[in-house]
Write a protein that binds this ligand. Structure first.
Ligand code: NAD
Length: 313
């Protein structure tokens, strides 16, 4: 049984992670500031799913809060998912992204280093790979050119976590998530936004010519990877967590419309600054070291996602 601080535990990936930890007998504690990046009522509904779990409402940048939390509770590890997420909004407000994603991560690492052996799992992102057309992406690829503030802050998080591992022997796993979807996906992400528009009969914002490709990863597969990385967290490792298959934007819209049983109308718009043409994970390292085995392809994942949406109405 592990006592684990899950930052961002009220969010999409965080709430699924907490449920998984509970199901296997761990003791998660949620820290989340319930900010209004999207409707905080969604986050409140997420934590209402696990009424017995302590929920600390607070900010990862609040050093005195973090220090007192670590002093009161003896955590075995931290799964650090709290962040300002999303590429496009980071272009609008880069300083906020830097403050939360870099400084907030450092405040947690400062607390972690004072407790020898405490494991630290950090949510990174496929966006750190930048704009590339060669795939699949490997953890040891040279990645000097992030193309959005969000990507740069996630890479900075990986680097500073390495420093804490090097100086203070904090065991660290950095997980590069590739576009995660499934029940409770953030409402501003493409699949959620497109679904809502198609259901209302509205045109969906469709950026570029539809040829951009993404490696879409179903939430249950991501959570498998998160808990496996936590369980085997030692040294300093970076893992890609993806599905290792790519889907073009056009294919995604077609598959989603099929799953919804509706027509999709497109509102064509230019590619957005910070967007990348392709993401595709080489997951062989996670397969080898974590036993990671993604199971849910896009068609099945979208069916499950649509089935969940229908439970909301
Ligand atoms: P999310 O926005 O649903 O969850 C993040 C949570 O962190 C939210 O509940 C938010 O309230 C909380 N939070 C934000 N700033 C905070 C702060 N200063 N203090 C305390 N809590 C704060 O996002 P998600 O999609 O669940 O993403 C989780 C993590 O995974 C993030 O680090 C994100 O960058 C990363 N990630 C997500 C994806 C994806 O496709 N969803 C892809 C790559 C990386």
């Amino acid at each position: 049984m592990q006592r684990i601080l899950v930052t961002g535990g009220a969010g999409f990936i965080g709430s699924h992670t907490v449920e998984r930890l509970l199901a296997r007998g761990d003791q998660p504690v949620v820290l989340d500031n319930f900010n209004d990046f999207y409707d905080p009522a969604i986050k409140r509904a997420n934590v209402a799913r696990f009424p017995g779990v302590p929920v600390v409402v607070g900010d990862i940048r609040d050093k005195s809060l973090i220090d007192s939390l670590f002093a009161q509770q003896r955590f075995d590890g931290v799964i650090h998912l709290a962040a300002m997420a999303g590429v496009r909004p980071s272009v609008q407000d880069p300083l906020l992204y830097e403050d939360v994603n870099v400084r907030g991560t450092m405040v947690l690492l400062e607390a972690a280093r004072r407790q020898p052996g405490l494991r630290f799992v950090f949510a990174s992102s496929s966006s750190v790979y930048g704009a590339r057309d060669r795939s699949p992406f490997r953890e040891d690829d040279d990645i000097p050119r992030p193309v959005s503030p969000y990507a740069a802050t996630k890479r900075a998080g990986e680097l500073i976590a390495y420093t804490y591992h090097h100086l203070f022997a904090v065991p660290v796993a950095c997980l590069r998530f590739f576009t995660v979807y499934g029940p409770r996906q953030r409402p501003e992400m493409a699949i959620a936004k497109f679904s809502a528009a198609i259901e209302r009969g509205e045109a969906i914002p469709f950026y570029g010519d539809g040829s951009t490709r993404r490696d879409y990863t179903y939430i249950d597969d991501i959570v498998d990877g998160v808990v496996a990385a936590y369980d085997r967290c030692q040294g300093y490792e970076i893992f890609n967590l993806g599905e290792s298959a790519t889907t073009s934007l056009s294919e995604l819209v077609d598959a989603l419309a099929r799953a919804l049983g509706r027509e999709a109308r497109l509102d064509r718009q230019p590619l957005q600054p910070g967007d990348v043409p392709l993401t595709c994970a080489d997951v062989s390292k996670a397969v080898r070291l974590l036993g990671y085995a993604p199971k849910v392809g896009v068609d099945e994942g979208l069916r499950r996602y649509v089935a969940w949406r229908r439970t909301l109405n």
